[in-house]
Design a protein around this ligand. Structure first.
Ligand code: KE4
Length: 429
């Protein structure tokens, strides 16, 4: 496949934008090739500026659950834009969005709109600290909650270590208030509570880890987190920026039947426009200004375009629950097809799939259930697999530690094509 225009545009972009991209993963650093520049996308197909078409499994990292350029969403944006694009004042659209979210996610009694998942998670821990009067939060290795200082923390060895900033610019003072536990290891969480008596404000967790590749919760893990936080007077925060409205209409909390105290959302609720949200129990949310003393604000929070696009998406998902079975069936068929290909080609790999989320780990072992398993994957092999796939017309995440997103626009033919392209990509490793 020719990609001269992308190569040229990347060089140009690097003159004006750090690394030539507005988000690091897009630079293809971990797959060792210049990134492709996208011209347009429709349904499950994405087209680069050299005119190459691919079946898209990135879906803008989650928002495109209904596929690209969904007519109802595009129409909603066009209609809304005719009335201007932002007012910085309350609109009925925001009430409608809030009412829809609280109806679809019963644990959310009140919700505040923001403009990204990062804004949602950084605001929700400020709220949790204010509400509990405690300072420390527990996050999990391999979980990603956006780029706020409190989350760019990677424990040293073991879950007991106080966080050590893994990004320059995060101060030791900030890191001291984030403690990292091991995902799917409840003992690691219990030990942190024992050694930090009455200091833990909240646990924030991806109810399905999707940012180390897909690692579903082991049976009982989320239930135990719920029990522990109740016992220790800490809040349980589900970061559903990816799983929200994706794993089920009510997200992971419906799928696993667990009620968190607070939830963060993003991606799907903006229909592809910038959005984030956080919500939960009334008594907690009412601590937020102007009702309460906890300050958080945003010029474009709840802006009419994102609300219109997001409402159009949520309306389709809410009125067509069969979409979730169809997503699951397609993703399951793809996972089985890849497992079959691993067997016939003799390549060592593990496929994790839940709902419409899937990751092929180039991991030499039985299962990938933790960050330490995931981080032992062969990233060199992944980068060759990624390039083979791209040349076979399959557009995957340019990193082993992300996931593939299946959408309602992926057809059975797309899945068949992807299974055979996967086989070719494995055979040419
Ligand atoms: P944003 O600030 O990127 O909107 O959301 C941050 C965030 C919060 N919580 C979870 C569970 C997330 O997955 C994310 C962002 N996801 C990544 C993809 N794995 C965004 C892609 C990127 O960083 O470019």
């Amino acid at each position: 496949m020719k990609r001269d225009k992308s190569i040229h545009e990347f060089e140009k972009a690097k003159q004006f934008i750090p690394g030539g991209v507005n988000s690091p993963v897009r630079a293809y650093k971990s797959v060792g090739m210049p990134p492709i520049f996208i011209k347009e996308a429709k349904g499950s197909t994405i087209t680069d500026i050299d005119g190459n078409n691919y079946i898209d499994f990135v879906g803008s990292w989650g928002p495109m659950i209904l596929g690209h350029a969904k007519p109802e969403i595009i129409e909603a944006i066009k209609e809304s834009a005719n009335h201007s694009t932002s007012f910085g004042a309350p609109t009925i659209l925001e009430t409608e969005m809030a009412a829809t979210i609280t109806q679809m996610v019963p644990s959310i009694e009140k919700v505040r709109m923001v403009n990204s998942g990062t804004e949602a998670t950084m605001s929700v821990i400020r709220l949790a600290r204010a509400y509990t009067g405690k300072h420390k939060i527990i996050k999990f290795e391999g979980n990603y909650h956006g780029h706020a200082d409190s989350f760019l923390i990677q424990a040293g060895s073991g879950a007991m270590t106080l966080g050590v900033p893994n990004s320059p610019g995060v101060t030791p003072g900030t890191a001291a208030d984030t403690i990292t536990a091991s995902y799917n290891d409840i003992q690691s969480v219990e030990k942190i509570f024992e050694t930090n008596k009455n200091q833990i404000a909240a646990i924030i967790v991806e109810p399905v880890a999707a940012n180390m590749g897909v690692v579903p919760p082991e049976p009982g893990f989320l239930e135990k987190l719920r029990e522990l936080t109740h016992k220790e007077n800490a809040l349980l925060i589900f970061d559903e920026v990816i799983t929200g409205f994706r794993l089920a209409r009510g997200g992971a909390q419906e799928y696993f039947n667990i009620t968190p105290d607070l939830t963060t959302l993003g991606k799907i609720i903006g229909g592809g426009l910038p959005v984030g949200a956080y919500g939960g129990k009334k008594e907690i949310m009412d601590q937020l200004a102007p009702e309460g003393p906890v300050y958080q604000a945003g010029t474009l929070s709840g802006n009419p375009l994102a609300m219109s696009a997001g409402l159009a998406a949520l309306k389709i998902l809410n009125n067509n629950p069969e979409i979730y079975d169809q997503l699951n069936k397609k993703a399951t068929r793809l996972a089985e097809g890849i497992r079959e290909n691993l067997k016939t080609t003799g390549i060592k790999g593990v496929v994790n799939q839940i709902g419409s989320l899937l990751t092929l780990f180039f991991y030499d072992g039985e299962r990938v259930t933790s960050f330490s398993h995931a981080s032992k994957s062969d990233t060199e092999k992944y980068s060759v697999y990624f390039k083979n796939s791209l040349n076979n017309g399959i557009y995957l995440a340019p990193s082993q530690f992300e996931c593939a997103f299946i959408s309602d626009a992926h057809t059975d033919e797309d899945i068949d094509k992807t299974i055979s392209a996967n086989k070719m990509a494995l055979e040419n490793l």
